[in-house]
Write a protein that binds this ligand. Structure first.
Ligand code: 8DG
Ligand code: MG
Ligand code: MG
Length: 143
C-alpha cells in the first residue's frame, strides 16, 4: 500500500560566525551521516532565538549572542533510511566570548566542531547547506 508521508518538523540551525569563519561539525546522526552541518536541532516550546541558543549550548557548550533570523528552507529527505521532512529555520549569531572553544558534547551525534572559512568549506556539506552555497547565499553580514 501507499507509504505514509512524514509530518513536517521544524529544525532551527545556526550560522555561528567568528571573524571570517563559521562553525561546522561532521554529523553522526542518521540524516546526513558523515556530512558537515551547522549546530542546531528541533524547535520546542520556545522562540527561534531561544532554540538557537539552547541547541548551540547543548551541542558545543558555546554561549551566543546577536542571534537573528536569516532565512528558511524546505527540506524533504526522501533518500534517508527513514524519510523525513524539515522546515529549517536558519539563524545567525556570534560568540559572547570570541575566545570560547567548542566542545563535542554529543559525540554520538557529531564527530567534532571546528571553524571553517566560507571560501574553504569542508566536503561533503549536508545537502540543505550545500543547496544554499550553490545558490550563492553568504551568511556573513554586509555581503
Ligand atoms: P534535538 O534532539 O537536539 O532537538 O535534535 P538534533 O538531533 O540536534 O537535530 P538535528 O538533526 O541536528 O537537526 C534537526 C533537523 O534540522 C535535521 O535533522 C535536519 C534539519 N537541518 C537542516 N540543515 C541542518 C544543519 O545544517 N544542521 C542541523 N543540525 N540540522 C539541519 O535542514
Ligand atoms: Mg540537538
Ligand atoms: Mg543537532
Amino acid at each position: 500500500g501507499p507509504v505514509p508521508s512524514p509530518e513536517p518538523k521544524v529544525g532551527v540551525v545556526v550560522f555561528l560566525l567568528r571573524f571570517q569563519t563559521l562553525l561546522l561539525g561532521k554529523r553522526r546522526s542518521s540524516i546526513g551521516h558523515s556530512t558537515f552541518a551547522l549546530p542546531g536541532g528541533h524547535l520546542e516550546f520556545e522562540s527561534f532565538e531561544d532554540c538557537a541558543a539552547r541547541e548551540v549550548k547543548e551541542e558545543t557548550g558555546l554561549d551566543i549572542e546577536k542571534i537573528e533570523f536569516v532565512t528558511v528552507t524546505n527540506n524533504v529527505f526522501l533518500d534517508e533510511p527513514k524519510p523525513s521532512h524539515y522546515v529549517t529555520i536558519f539563524m545567525r549569531a556570534v560568540l559572547k566570548d570570541p575566545q570560547q572553544v567548542p566542545q563535542n558534547i554529543e559525540p554520538d551525534k557529531c564527530d567534532g566542531w571546528d571553524w571553517y572559512e566560507w571560501d574553504n568549506l569542508p566536503k561533503p556539506l549536508f545537502w540543505p547547506l550545500e543547496k544554499m552555497v550553490l545558490s550563492g547565499f553568504n551568511p556573513f553580514p554586509g555581503v
